[in-house]
Design a protein around this ligand. Structure first.
Ligand SMILES: Cc1cc2nc3c(=O)[nH]c(=O)nc-3n(C[C@H](O)[C@H](O)[C@H](O)COP(=O)(O)OP(=O)(O)OC[C@H]3O[C@@H](n4cnc5c(N)ncnc54)[C@H](O)[C@@H]3O)c2cc1C
Length: 450
């Protein structure tokens, strides 16, 4: 089927060819990385017969230099894979935060879900470790190298997929539902024409690579180094296998030039930070430079008749927030819980609407923080910077800094931190050295809450 939507003829055709019940999977999941593997594990745990498909053959890397935290580890533990992730032996990152010439907002990570550290693990190792465990679970069939090209429709709903194994002959496979865990450019989302209902225009490109011999800090760390004037950022995370991942952010306006020389852009940017230049004096780049151009954050309609989206396919947020893996795992949990409700007589529509609503409610505050940052950027560029003085006020108080750092690992609620009461408390504790006007407190809090 070449078009994205079923025609009357398609519907008739597929309803007539739907195979016997016994040959049908309960779920086909397209995409077998974090969101897909977690969804498969959670459905199989409920007795579902799951077919997990990915066009990649693992180990396979993807564009992502991931740091993830205690909240994600708790979910990895719940699906029975944390031990294989721990066994990779990545350093436990305990210091986290942001540094610029006029700001030192770095602290120890607070406890979140029983853990006070983060990991940064190359995706080919992380995703492969998780997948190799999940594929052993009863009820799960994994096919790597299988690219889904389209969906099958019957009686107005999705009933399966069409695709090819390693470019071989086309196959059709049937299931009671198809779950797109196939990333932000989701093929499943395109096939069902799932609309995007909220969007933040991306304003930063990212380039990164892994290095050896980059001198670590005393404690394993993940630190964002900022140069506000040039709006450049260099993120330095201690990763697995003695490696350090360095990513740089490049504003949209400079992307066209930067993409002609990714290696030079990466090297020049991080070496322009004096501390990093010293620590990286003997650093050797071990991997090619990869990255992505400015990419919009969004919420996409994530369910319909016979289909659903989890992970980046349904909601994507600027990677600078470091929330993607956690959001992917959490959406898998929420989706699997909603599916369980459909088996207790809740209608698919009702259960899935609940899934999407809950996912959005949990992720909105951080998303709104990104949106707010974009909205105030022109004012910041024009010299009306409300952020830096607020962050400086936070940084002057170690316990508030720790509380702030907790918005990234789930120890602190974003909306609670930026509530009028908490911002006022911070300013009073700071002796009102920085007087954020009342209207700014209100605007900030309202913007994050909506
Ligand atoms: C530069 C960068 C840095 C990042 N850094 C972080 C970070 O530090 N921390 C963090 O938490 N998040 C980070 N993220 C975000 C994180 O990578 C994603 O949120 C996360 O990988 C989403 O997982 P997923 O399983 O939804 O999708 P993906 O990881 O994108 O996996 C989708 C899978 O679907 C498969 N697929 C796609 N189409 C098809 C098809 N037609 N047929 C079969 N298979 C298909 C793909 O092969 C792929 O394996 C970063 C992202 C980027 C781009």
């Amino acid at each position: 089927m070449s078009q994205d939507h079923p025609s009357e003829t398609d519907i008739a055709c597929y309803s007539q060819t739907t195979p016997p019940e016994s040959d049908t999977f309960d779920a086909i999941i397209v995409g077998a990385r974090i969101a897909g593997a977690a969804t498969a594990a959670l459905l199989a745990e409920q007795g579902a017969r799951v077919l997990l498909l990915d066009s990649a053959t693992f180990p396979a890397s993807t564009v992502s230099c991931p740091v993830f935290y205690g909240n994600s580890m708790a979910m990895l533990e719940r699906i029975g894979v944390l031990d294989v992730v721990d066994a990779i032996g990545a350093p436990r990152i305990t210091r986290y935060g942001t540094r610029s010439p006029d700001l030192d907002l770095v602290a120890r990570l607070p406890h979140a879900h029983g853990r006070d550290f983060a990991y940064s693990i190359r995706r080919e190792r992380l995703d492969t470790a998780v997948l190799r465990r999940v594929q052993t679970y009863p009820g799960i069939t994994l096919r790597e190298g299988f690219r889904v090209s389209d969906l099958l429709w019957g009686a107005g709903q999705v009933v399966g997929v069409r695709g090819r194994q390693n470019g071989g002959p086309e196959e059709t496979i049937y299931a009671r539902m198809v779950v797109g865990a196939d990333g932000k450019r989701s093929r499943v989302a395109r096939a069902v024409n799932a609309p995007i209902y909220d969007r933040i225009t991306g304003d930063t490109a990212i380039f990164y690579a892994y290095y050896r011999n980059f001198t670590p800090l005393e404690e394993p760390s993940a630190i964002v180094n900022l140069e506000p004037e040039s709006r450049q950022a260099a993120l330095v995370f201690d990763a697995d296998n003695g490696l350090t991942v360095i990513s740089v952010g490049v504003p949209s306006a400079q992307f066209a030039a930067a993409r002609t020389d990714p290696e030079g852009t990466l090297e020049r940017t991080w070496r322009s930070f004096p501390e990093l230049a010293v620590r990286g004096h003997n650093a050797i780049r071990e991997t090619p430079v990869v990255g992505q151009g400015p990419t919009d954050s969004f919420y996409r309609q994530s369910y319909g008749p016979g289909w659903a989206l989890v992970g980046d396919a349904g909601h994507y947020i600027d990677p600078i927030t470091g929330q993607g893996i956690n959001n992917a795992l959490r959406s898998a949990e929420l989706f699997a819980a909603a599916w369980a409700r459909t088996r207790r007589r809740t209608s698919w529509q009702w259960a899935m609407a609940g899934y999407q609503r809950r996912r959005d409610a949990e992720t909105r505050p951080m998303y709104n923080l990104v949106a707010f940052g974009r909205r105030v950027q022109p004012a910041v560029d024009a010299g009306l910077d409300i952020w830096t003085p607020l962050l400086q006020a936070i940084a002057r108080h170690p316990e508030i800094t720790t509380h702030y750092i907790g918005i990234y690992n789930g120890a602190t609620r974003v909306d609670a931190f930026f509530s009028p009461a908490n911002l006022t408390r911070i300013l009073i504790q700071d002796g009102l050295r920085y007087q954020l006007p009342r209207f700014a407190i209100g605007t900030l809090s309202r913007a994050l809450a909506t």
